[in-house]
Design a protein around this ligand. Structure first.
Ligand code: F0G
Length: 440
């Protein structure tokens, strides 16, 4: 997965002059009329001409990418964006409940193309759920997943177990699991589907194609996305860069990547230390120094948004390249801001898991600081489904102070401003009716 000369990650590059690319984006919409063909139904392979690394008839699909671009009035009001101008790209609708299925269909396609029979990943839970699902549905490969012990939410763990993946719990965090899975895959010849795999990112480009489709092929002003391993942000930048090169769009949106403040490597390096892609010559020494100081001080990522609890994002370089292409920026938000934003997303009709809500919390912050203007058209990516992490949601809404403290207080969350508390009543009809009258 890495270049033999420089050690950096590989990238997929196409010779567009020799490939049949439609001359306008709305050509893709016409495929929907042929949706009884699984490759036209797929929200990934419907855009095959923009990720043509394997012939379309060999592409693996389980029906991924049937997602929704939702204009949420409630969330718009919460963030300070004018209602009608803020959209939520709801990736929780994917078969495994997160955006990962976009990339997995692509990596899986490549794995099969090269004859792999086993595929592995390290994961904070969603990549593993997605890999496990593709293995169980297609029966093309066996899944081996590496997770940090106690580091993934019960919803995600239950998926991997239910889908029958060989689940290896490492004592350590995501970064430890990532380091091990690389070694193990190499020794045992197992195909690695983490986002170090460039084909994963090809699939994740289609999230942006569907955003454009949802906006009638108009380019928004902002894409706001949570940053963990930085696969999405890297893929989004590549998507817009290629569309611009192909003359299919005439401008690119600005990209805002939002870290949890407990896992803020990208924020520290880009916003505090000024690391830039610099046309392909980033300040690698600064990055090494940062990681060395992290190790020396024993600093490890810690956030309630367990999906993005990552110290060394593997796609760091591709992400800063995307930031350059899309005039991007990085912000950090606290667990308190994340959970309040998550409650507002839930109250606005579509739930999400904590990491996803970083995009909404980040948008609110960017409006407050005057970077996003209320009239800008903003798309927040909701990366994962609400039911992925019920523990965080229930703890936010609970009346049980001990449960609140255990799950959230320990993360520095002090209050639940938007809590919807259950009311406790005795099993007595009069009391129940009295309570409903009182509270409704
Ligand atoms: N949101 C969710 C719900 C995620 O699961 C992840 C990453 C991210 C955001 C961050 O995306 O890595 O592209 O910057 N989850 C990975 C996993 C690491 O193992 O499931 P990114």
């Amino acid at each position: 997965m890495a270049c033999q000369q420089c050690g950096d990650l590989l990238d997929v590059v196409y010779d567009w002059d020799r490939l049949p690319v439609p001359d306008a984006l709305d050509a893709f919409a016409r495929k929907w009329a042929r949706r009884n063909d699984p490759h036209c139904f797929s929200g990934v392979w419907r855009f095959h001409e923009l990720l043509p690394f394997v012939p379309v008839e060999q592409c693996v699909t389980v029906g991924e990418g049937q997602t929704l671009l939702h204009a949420s009035q409630g969330v718009a009001e919460y963030t300070g964006v004018r209602p009608g101008r803020l959209h939520l790209q709801y990736e929780g609708m994917n078969p495994s409940g997160s955006f990962k299925d976009n990339g997995m269909s692509a990596a899986f396609t490549h794995a099969r193309f090269v004859g792999a029979t086993r595929a592995a990943c390290a994961s904070t839970g969603n990549t593993s759920a997605s890999l496990a699902l593709y293995c169980s549905v297609t029966r093309l490969m066996k899944a081996v997943i590496f997770i940090g012990s106690g580091k993934i939410s019960s919803g995600k763990l239950s998926q991997a177990l239910d889908y029958g993946a060989l689940t290896v719990q490492i004592s350590g965090d995501f970064d430890d699991a990532m380091a091990r899975v690389k070694e193990v895959s190499q020794q045992l010849g197992i195909y690695l589907v983490n986002s170090v795999n460039p084909f994963r990112l090809e699939g994740q480009k289609t999230i942006m194609f569907r955003v454009l489709e949802g906006l009638g092929w108009e380019v928004p002003d902002w894409i706001v996305v949570p940053g963990g391993n930085l696969g999405n942000s890297s893929a989004f930048g590549k998507a817009f860069h290629e569309l611009e090169q192909l003359g299919l769009i005439d401008r690119v949106p600005r990209l805002a990547v939002i870290n949890a403040s407990g896992a803020n490597t990208l924020y520290e390096l880009v916003e505090k230390r000024g690391v830039r892609w610099n046309g392909g010559d980033p300040n690698a020494a600064e990055v090494c120094q940062y990681y060395d100081s992290m190790d020396a001080e024993g600093r490890r990522a810690s956030t309630i948004a367990s999906a993005i609890e990552i110290n060394r994002p593997v796609n760091f370089n591709k992400c800063i390249r995307a930031l350059e292409w899309c005039d991007g920026l990085v912000r950090e938000v606290s667990d308190q801001q994340i959970l309040d934003a998550k409650a507002q997303v839930g109250a606005g009709g579509l739930g999400c898991e904590p990491a996803s809500a970083a995009s909404v919390a980040g948008t609110k912050l960017l409006v407050e600081e005057g970077t996003i203007r209320p009239d800008d058209r903003v798309v927040c990516i909701l990366t994962g489904h609400q039911l992925k992490d019920p523990t965080a949601t229930v703890a936010y809404h609970t009346t049980d102070q001990d449960q609140f403290n255990k799950v959230l207080g320990s993360r520095g969350v002090r209050r639940a401003a938007f809590a919807n508390r259950a009311i406790a009543v005795p099993n007595d009809l009069d009391e129940i009716i009295k309570a409903i009258r009182l509270y409704s």
